[in-house]
Design a protein around this ligand. Structure first.
Ligand SMILES: Nc1ncnc2c1ncn2[C@@H]1O[C@H](COP(=O)(O)OP(=O)(O)O)[C@@H](O)[C@H]1O
Ligand SMILES: [Mg+2]
Length: 272
């Protein structure tokens, strides 16, 4: 069981790593990006936020990352606080330094913590190997495909061994084959490194393949519509991806997503 210090508030029953309680975000232009969001993320979970554009997925992720403050409600961490240096972030754009080598790009977060190149080298080389980029340490981003750039971005996020990895539609711009490979590799990294993952996507297939739980969101205002448990064992591989179980889970998630989109008046994707 949890060992709480007496002066801390009680931990929620689930033992969640973090919880959003009644979180709202109203931007200064009057847009309600999030309305009364309750969401608990357990340690070691792989949770997807699934929903149409504009339902507040990125806003929720930014609030968890501490890049944005809620205008109502609270974000609570187990034990009362969380060292945000324990958070890794992967965005849709790989956001690599174009002039720097793959090695130096992955070194960056360690360099910012004062770790010398020599000292960082073993961790960097191990991470590059984990994302299947052996032999590319000295390449520069323009020499890499979109999928390889994303691999560098994942290596950079994981080289600091974060406890929590936040991913905002990281594979949305990639072709399907590349996306499948990255999904496979991400899951095996998650299983080995045991970080907690929050993954934003608008792909039903991707969310079902990856997650232990899917939080389906609706827009206008952005809110949690329904949560789905994905009751399929890990490791998940190609056999799972082609199984009747996977197809049935996708159908269910797709139905819930359709209902969520109906719930905002058949809200259309705004192309964001
Ligand atoms: N900085 C901002 N200022 C004003 N409105 C914003 C801002 N960021 C996002 N929004 C609006 O908030 C809503 C939710 O946005 P976002 O969290 O980006 O949704 P998603 O990631 O699900 O597409 C959208 O209507 C968007 O236009
Ligand atoms: Mg977004």
């Amino acid at each position: 069981m949890q060992q709480n210090k007496v002066d801390l508030p009680p931990v929620r029953a689930s033992g969640a790593l973090l919880s959003l309680a009644g979180v709202g975000k109203v931007f200064s232009n009057g847009v309600t990006a999030l309305d009364n969001v309750d969401l608990a993320i357990g340690e070691g979970d792989f949770v997807s936020l699934l929903g149409p554009s504009g339902c507040g997925k990125s806003t929720a992720l930014r609030i968890i990352a501490g890049l944005s403050l809620p205008t109502s409600g609270t974000l609570e961490w187990r034990g009362g606080s969380f060292d945000r240096s324990g958070i890794g972030f992967v965005f849709q754009e790989p956001t690599l330094l174009p002039w720097a080598s793959v090695f130096d790009n992955v070194w960056l977060p360690l360099r910012l913590r004062g770790v010398s190149k020599a000292k960082a080298a073993p961790a960097i080389m191990e991470m590059l190997s984990r994302v299947h980029l052996d032999g590319f340490a000295e390449a520069v981003p323009r020499e890499l495909s979109g999928g390889m750039k994303m691999r560098v971005s994942i290596a950079r996020a994981l080289v600091t061994k974060p406890r929590l990895l936040l991913m905002d539609e990281p594979f949305a711009a990639l072709d399907e084959i590349t996306r499948f490979r990255l999904n496979d590799d991400l899951l095996s990294l998650w299983q080995d490194e045991r970080f907690t993952a929050i993954f934003v996507t608008h792909s039903v297939f991707e969310s079902v393949f990856l997650s232990s739980r899917i939080v389906v969101m609706a827009a206008r205002p952005g809110r949690v519509f329904e949560e789905l448990a994905v009751e399929a064992a890990y490791p998940r591989d190609e056999a799972f991806r082609t199984s009747p179980d996977y197809a049935a889970l996708c159908r269910r998630a797709s139905d819930v997503l359709s209902a969520a989109m109906q719930a905002n008046g058949g809200g259309r994707d705004d192309g964001h």
